[in-house]
Design a protein around this ligand. Structure first.
Ligand code: ATP
Ligand code: MG
Length: 235
């Protein structure tokens, strides 16, 4: 498989990119025209479908250069991770959350994601050695029990990115605007707190407040934020 995609880009230098933690393998392809990124792994088809869907929405995403069942090759998005650009991140979150959810074919509502969480515990896919401090040492069963106990009764449904960490949003340092959103394999209709929780988990100090102010702080529920941090432990 790997050979297959490599043979389509034989003149590029393939350099592994190691930042990711999903178990996907990502390579940077340079030295022959525009820089490209090649990603492989079992979840690539889901990501490709979502990237295709996003392409028509006005949300900036990388162009697809090639894809098959195992590989997704995209054009490089210029820019730097959005860690220090909370207002740009907020604009992006607002734009995404304003898309008409009824037109989004991907479902990440709690019935779906909690089923998947249970399946991932059963299959041993949850990284129990890499939990947030408050869950350190917890078993999969204990995490699941807590997930059930704290499940919100309401879901404020919007189109969510699903892994809205600042390093999945790139910003043009000259303009301060979002140049592209990547890593969209978990995009789908979900409670907006699913995205807000992951952004706010990473944006420490004043950056979290700046994000919330730009996003619209009135809409945030602390209990749901905590719940969606817990839910993310399973993925
Ligand atoms: N099209 C692109 N343009 C610019 N950078 C990219 C692009 N695709 C991937 N990258 C770089 O490669 C890194 C890893 O890619 P990606 O986020 O898609 O996978 P991942 O981090 O392994 O997945 P996960 O976040 O689920 O663990 C990104 O953080 C980014 O630095
Ligand atoms: Mg990523």
């Amino acid at each position: 498989m790997m050979r297959g995609m490599r043979s389509l880009f034989p003149h590029h230098t393939w350099t592994p990119v190691t930042e990711g933690e999903s178990g996907a393998d990502v390579f940077r392809l340079t030295g022959a025209g525009p820089t490209l990124y090649a990603k492989t792994g079992p979840e690539v088809p889901e990501e490709t479908e979502r990237l295709r869907w996003l392409t028509g929405t006005g949300i900036p995403v990388p162009a697809i250069v090639a894809s098959d069942e195992r590989w997704l090759v995209t054009e490089a998005v210029e820019g730097v991770p959005a860690d220090d650009a909370p207002e740009a991140l907020a604009d992006l979150a607002r734009a995404l959350h304003a898309l008409p959810a009824a037109t989004c074919p991907f479902d990440r509502r709690l019935d779906t994601t909690t089923d998947e969480a249970r399946r991932r515990v059963r299959d041993g896919l949850v990284r129990l050695d890499d939990l947030e401090e408050e869950y350190t040492g917890w078993s999969g069963e204990r995490l699941l029990a807590e997930l059930e106990r704290t499940r919100p009764v309401v879901e404020d449904l919007v189109v969510c990115h699903g892994d809205l960490c600042p390093d999945n949003v790139l910003v043009d340092p000259r303009t301060g605007r979002v140049s592209g959103v990547i890593d969209v394999g978990r995009l789908g209709v979900a409670d907006r707190h699913a995205d807000l929780a992951l952004v706010l988990r990473e944006l420490t100090g004043g950056r979290g407040w700046r994000f919330l102010e730009a996003y619209g702080a009135g809409r945030v529920d602390e209990e749901r934020l905590a719940y969606y941090v817990l839910l993310d432990e399973f993925f």
